[in-house]
Design a protein around this ligand. Structure first.
Ligand SMILES: Cc1cc2nc3c(=O)[nH]c(=O)nc-3n(C[C@H](O)[C@H](O)[C@H](O)COP(=O)(O)OP(=O)(O)OC[C@H]3O[C@@H](n4cnc5c(N)ncnc54)[C@H](O)[C@@H]3O)c2cc1C
Ligand code: FES
Length: 375
């Protein structure tokens, strides 16, 4: 991600560039310390600690130029080298900002066949240098806090909410009316289970419900499982007053889709705040050769590879934020050819006769035949 650098850091970088010309300042800086880079934000993984089954908590110490306080609920981008190329993913920060801002904590669940998450959970060694993108995201609590709050989470969707709970836990009053309903398959796969129990004991005005979807339902005579939380019917049983609460929800797409429908049906769309971890791609594209005009590189792509991924594979510093079509940080000019939006199949085309370009969101579009992007 192209970061907005503070004037002090920009001045230092300009100075480094002048002093080290004709060689790049990075050639010198990284010899002294691999966390110093004039081109990009870097960090070092200082620990990888198992956190429930298939998940790990990683602590990252950011290097030179990192001056980005975050709000609880925001995410960062991490670029990690796998098989010789950098792969970028977003991860929610699970703690409020540390006092010196020099400790970034994320918890990653290893997705089955997940390219980056498997590596981060069980392949990456402490000491590894990663690339970083600054905190972003609107999934944050307002100030002042609403009088009644509901958190609705499932699986790794607890991560941004964990940062919120930890920041509420730090507040001196601590008397908020907070309900968390968190679902996980079983106790072994519940992230932060012990800490959630501890928080519930420490805050008498909080209610923390941990549901295990693969447990046998109470009173069941057969193999009936607790199952996924049904919204709104199941929610009516667990949190009868949910309609009177501002709600922050993060979890699998189906759960969030159900919540979106239920809140809209109740005329409460504004009371629901969602964080999605993945865009849903139902469209497809033809693929083709993407020319990155300013970088002078071309990449052959299939119809499932986004323009953003193609650029990253070619080593081009591509701007990005959410990587799922929300924030528009990734927009780039398309100067010839066409791309297709993988969410709904819509094509954006620049006709040969067009004098102008059109901007496209590189994170959700793929080549629809040969095209040129001005990056
Ligand atoms: C704002 C934001 C915050 C995030 N925070 C966290 C976090 O705190 N902890 C965490 O573990 N992950 C988080 N993610 C998800 C993370 O960015 C990666 O998508 C995830 O780790 C999978 O990456 P991968 O390379 O292992 O999977 P890939 O190799 O990219 O994908 C493997 C398969 O899984 C599917 N897939 C990928 N991601 C998801 C998903 N999230 N849900 C369902 N299917 C998926 C793909 O379609 C593919 O079929 C966040 C994502 C976003 C956008
Ligand atoms: S990166 Fe956020 S819209 Fe593309």
């Amino acid at each position: 991600m192209t970061a907005a650098l503070s004037p002090r850091v920009r001045r230092l970088r300009d100075l480094a560039t002048r002093l080290t010309t004709p060689l790049l300042p990075d050639d010198y800086l990284t010899l002294i310390n691999p966390l110093w880079s004039a081109r990009e934000l870097r960090g070092r993984i200082v620990s990888v600690t198992p956190e429930a089954e298939d998940a790990a908590t990683l602590v990252v110490e950011p290097g030179w130029g990192w001056d980005f306080p975050h709000a609880a609920g925001q995410y960062i981008g991490i670029g990690v080298a796998i098989d010789g190329r950098f792969v970028w993913r977003s991860y929610s920060l699970t703690t409020p900002p540390s006092r010196d801002g020099k400790r970034l904590v994320i918890t990653v669940r290893a997705m089955p066949d997940g390219f980056a998450s498997q590596h981060l959970v069980s392949g990456v060694a402490p000491g590894t240098v990663v690339r970083l993108a600054p905190p972003a995201g609107e999934f944050v609590l307002p100030d002042p806090l609403p009088s009644k709050v509901l958190f609705l989470t499932a699986g790794s969707g607890i991560t941004p909410v964990m940062a919120m709970l930890r920041s509420l836990d730090r507040r001196p009053d601590g008397g908020e009316d907070v309900v968390l309903v968190h679902s996980a398959p079983d106790a072994d796969r519940t992230l932060f289970a012990d800490e959630l129990d501890l928080l519930a004991r420490r805050h008498p005005t909080w209610r923390i419900v941990q549901r295990h979807t693969r447990d046998r339902a109470s009173g069941a005579t057969g193999d009936e499982l607790v199952g996924h939380l049904r919204i709104p019917a199941g929610l009516d049983e667990v949190v009868p007053d949910w309609r009177g609460r501002q709600t922050w929800a993060c979890g699998p797409a189906e759960m969030l889709d159900d919540a979106e429908r239920a809140f809209a049906d109740a005329g409460l769309a504004d009371a629901l705040h969602l964080e999605r971890f993945a865009a849903s791609f139902s469209g497809s594209a033809e693929g083709g050769t993407i020319t990155f005009a300013r970088s002078g590189r071309t990449v052959e792509t299939d119809g499932a590879t986004t323009v953003l991924q193609a650029g990253e594979q070619a080593g081009i510093p591509m701007p990005f934020g959410c990587r799922m079509g929300i924030c528009h940080t990734c927009v780039a000019p398309l100067s010839s050819g066409a791309v297709r939006d993988l969410r709904d199949g819509t094509e954006s085309r620049v006709a040969d006769t067009d004098q102008s370009t059109r901007t496209v969101q590189t994170c959700v579009t793929a080549a629809s035949g040969d095209c040129t992007v001005d990056l």
